[in-house]
Design a protein around this ligand. Structure first.
Ligand code: HEC
Length: 261
């Protein structure tokens, strides 16, 4: 009796082990995309993974002249190789847009791309007092959106820095108060539109390479960085108006509510 029980228990254990082994091997066979393996991947639609193509500057039997790279279509001009004639830019909005695109791609306009005065260099930058883009309500709206996304975490939604931002209050450096006079006064280095633009794009660094504020040029392109500068100016203007220069309606509202909404 005892012997039989032991035998059948062994039998059951053997079966269970076999089942587990089978499961593992099945799992091994069913390797999927994303799994790590040294074997070549299974391709269910090989024509989507590997499509015939020609690489530039290589030889091919396909074209008569054996060149994979095709000559330019006659009379076409590669983008960026010629500036648009100044008189067309002046007279034609369309030509102006092409020229601006080209300048932006080639970073030919140092004021737009780096915030510096034309002819000045990044080694010895002279920042522009005023942004080179037109201040419009769309620009300000875009700037507010970008500021709220990228800057408010440290400088707060109103730009006061200090403890206002959720990240800023834990940051190793106290985020600057962007409403203070030095960032408003264009006659000082730090008050110039070009300098604010530069800080947004390049961040702030210690001489030993340590970071004080992250750079945002991976996320905020030139046009958007100018939009953020525009919004900063709006924030500053909105927060610095002396009482007697306010609208009578706003004065009345302030007096009755004490500024609370
Ligand atoms: C991760 C936190 C953080 C974020 C996000 C951040 N900043 Fe800063 N920023 C700082 C800190 C910290 C300082 C002060 C550094 C110091 O004093 O060494 C600073 C300083 C500045 C200054 C003053 C520069 C100077 O020379 O005094 C400007 C202008 C500025 N930030 C603008 C911005 C704008 C605009 C954004 C959004 C694009 C932004 N910052 C996003 C942390 C941040």
């Amino acid at each position: 009796m005892t012997t039989t029980t032991t035998q059948s228990t062994r039998h059951a254990a053997g079966l269970a082990l076999g089942a587990v082994a089978l499961l593992f091997s099945a799992a091994g066979m069913a390797g999927c995309r994303g799994d790590r393996t040294d074997k070549p991947p299974r391709q269910f639609f090989p024509d989507m993974d590997q499509q015939p193509k020609l690489k530039p500057q290589s030889e091919t039997q396909f074209f008569e002249d054996s060149r994979s790279q095709r000559p330019l279509v006659e009379r076409s001009v590669p983008f960026g190789s010629h500036a648009v004639a100044a008189e067309s830019v002046a007279s034609d909005a369309w030509a102006g847009m092409i020229q601006a695109d080209r300048d932006r791609m080639l970073k030919a306009d140092e004021t737009f791309s780096f915030g510096i005065v034309k002819g000045s260099t990044m080694a010895e930058p002279e920042y522009v007092d005023y942004m080179p883009v037109q201040m419009t309500s769309e620009l300000i709206a875009r700037g507010k959106e970008r500021f709220d996304i990228y800057c408010s975490a440290c400088h707060g939604y109103t730009g006061h820095g200090g403890n206002e931002g959720t990240v800023g209050r834990l940051w190793s450096y106290a985020p600057a108060n962007l409403m203070s006079e030095i960032y408003r006064d264009r006659s000082t280095f730090q008050g110039k539109d070009g300098y604010l633009f530069h800080v947004i794009r390049e961040g702030l660094w210690r001489p030993d390479g340590g970071n004080r504020m992250p750079a945002y040029k991976h996320a905020i392109n030139e046009q958007d960085a100018w939009a953020v500068v525009a919004y900063l100016r709006v924030l500053q203007a909105a927060q610095g108006v002396p009482f007697d220069q306010l609208d009578p309606a706003d004065q009345a509202r302030l007096e009755t509510t004490g500024g609370n909404p």
